[in-house]
Design a protein around this ligand. Structure first.
Ligand SMILES: Cc1cc2nc3c(=O)[nH]c(=O)nc-3n(C[C@H](O)[C@H](O)[C@H](O)COP(=O)(O)OP(=O)(O)OC[C@H]3O[C@@H](n4cnc5c(N)ncnc54)[C@H](O)[C@@H]3O)c2cc1C
Ligand code: SF4
Length: 445
């Protein structure tokens, strides 16, 4: 985790007002966060594209308009449905509970090839079975003549006469160079793809992009997980981490999604100290887990900090905040319907609750500071739009007001999606890339 996850997974968006502080995780390795995913792949939902067309004027962002790009990406990263046989017992129990409650569950698609269901996806697939960017796109780029410079930090974009002409940064700890050595790359075109957390920081350091929008309105898909403890062993870490979901609550802008974490990580998150913690952790083979995300409406702000990393805050919209108890109740009641003896809800220090105790609890009285919330999806911090007055990039990914500067990552998605975003990001990035390829390459300055 120390090497592949940013800040060893301790990155956070500080909650403002009545918002919980959100642990936002991301990759910092070659291949970016795609190396850490559970492999889940969703196309941009039709309703979201409709919103983009109707409210933002992104007319070419329709299901038909994006079809060539998304189907190309799906072939490249080998998107396939997870077979029911590979579902973990954790997910199967949740699906049983959902059936009892009449909630339809759907299979998940993932970018895998010859996956054996060992469940270690979030730490980088040890079998090379997850077709993350380091295995799918980067080798092709290198074959096509690209050089990969890892262990290097880009600080700002160089511009001349309103054109991007390269980047400046520092070498971190790369062989053959001293830490802190200057890195300067001259280019005919610059594409920033540092993710929703860092792309706005590079723009801010460079003094580029509309200050009203750079690093503003970032969405996170705030996520919550509930554990159910069952009488019989579950061993939820055996099988694909993520194999089923439901969009039955999308009208409430809530998606429920299978997930699990390896036992060592799960044990460490159990409540209590000393002997009490040991007792709780010794039951982890009896635990099932499921998560829920809120299709949020923004509230994240990225600021330049004193060091290398940005300072990020998140003020949850009141209507999103009001959904937290609902997400927790949906997850907990599904586990009870499946026969769970008690549930562990995402409240710091909270012990397991049986069904009676859970139903008597008034979750609305739990202060935001005690709610455990996580996100893996920082999006929209350099949003795309049709006018320089309300966006950072145009529909082709070009930063307004600067020639030959593009952004092609999650920061351009103008709203949250309600589903995991990697396939959507790759789809939009592919569109930006193909359009760029068709444009005349300017001479070197
Ligand atoms: C644990 C985890 C599980 C996830 N699971 C799923 C899933 O199952 N399905 C799904 O759809 N999505 C999932 N996601 C989200 C998905 O991985 C991301 O949304 C997506 O990969 C983001 O792509 P990106 O190109 O915007 O940024 P990233 O993939 O984060 O890439 C940004 C890259 O830029 C580098 N960088 C940043 N700043 C600089 C700088 N100044 N100079 C040089 N380099 C820089 C970073 O180190 C990183 O390598 C998950 C994420 C995590 C963390
Ligand atoms: S389940 Fe195991 S083999 Fe399959 S993608 Fe994840 S880590 Fe790789």
């Amino acid at each position: 985790m120390r090497h592949a996850w940013r800040d060893g997974a301790f990155t956070a968006a500080v909650g403002l007002g009545d918002s919980p502080t959100i642990n936002v995780t991301m990759g910092r390795c070659v291949g970016g966060s795609s190396v850490l995913t559970g492999g889940v792949c969703f196309r941009i939902p039709g309703a979201v594209l409709h919103e983009w067309q109707r409210d933002l004027g992104l007319e070419e962002y329709s299901e038909e308009g994006l079809e060539p790009y998304v189907s190309h990406v799906e072939r490249t990263i080998h998107v396939e449905e997870v077979p029911v046989a590979m579902r973990s017992r954790s997910t199967s129990l949740f699906v049983e509970g959902a059936e009892q409650l009449g909630v339809p569950m759907k299979p998940i698609r993932r970018n895998t090839k010859n996956c054996n269901g060992c469940g270690r996806c979030n730490f980088g697939c040890p079998h090379g079975a997850k077709m993350s960017v380091d295995l799918s796109y980067l080798p092709r780029a290198v074959t096509g003549g690209a050089s990969v410079w890892s262990h290097a930090l880009v600080e700002r974009v160089m511009t001349r006469n309103g054109r991007a002409v390269g980047v400046v940064g520092r070498i971190l700890n790369r062989d053959g160079a001293a830490p802190g050595d200057l890195l300067e790359v001259r280019a005919r075109r610059v594409v920033i793809a540092a993710g929703g957390w860092h792309t706005p920081l590079i723009l801010q350091r460079s003094g580029l992009g509309h200050p009203r929008w750079v690093g503003r309105q970032m969405t996170l898909h705030p996520g919550f997980r509930v554990l159910g403890r069952f009488a019989r062993p579950v061993r939820g870490w055996v099988g694909a981490l993520q194999s089923a979901y439901t969009d039955a609550f999308e009208r409430e802008r809530i998606t429920l999604m299978g997930l699990f974490v390896p036992p060592g990580v799960l044990g460490a998150t159990m409540p209590g100290v000393g002997a009490e913690h040991v007792a709780a952790a010794s039951h982890i083979d009896h635990l099932a887990m499921f998560g829920g995300i809120i299709h949020d409406s923004g509230g994240g702000s990225v600021y330049r900090g004193p060091g290398r990393e940005p300072v990020v805050t998140y003020r949850m919209a009141p209507e999103d905040r009001a959904k937290i108890p609902r997400v927790i109740a949906l997850l907990a009641e599904t586990f009870f319907a499946a026969g769970a003896e008690e549930v562990f809800i995402p409240v710091l220090g909270m012990r397991g609750l049986d069904a009676d105790a859970f139903r008597q609890m008034d979750f609305s009285r739990v202060p935001a500071s005690r709610i455990e919330c996580a996100s893996q999806h920082p999006l929209g911090s350099a949003r795309m739009g049709c006018s320089r007055e309300n966006s950072v990039v145009d529909p082709e990914g070009r930063v307004w007001g600067v020639q030959d500067l593009y952004i092609a990552d999650g920061s351009v998605l103008p709203t949250s999606l309600g589903v995991n975003p990697q396939l959507s990001i790759m789809t939009v990035a592919t569109r930006i890339a193909w359009r760029m390829r068709d444009r005349h390459l300017p001479p070197i300055d």
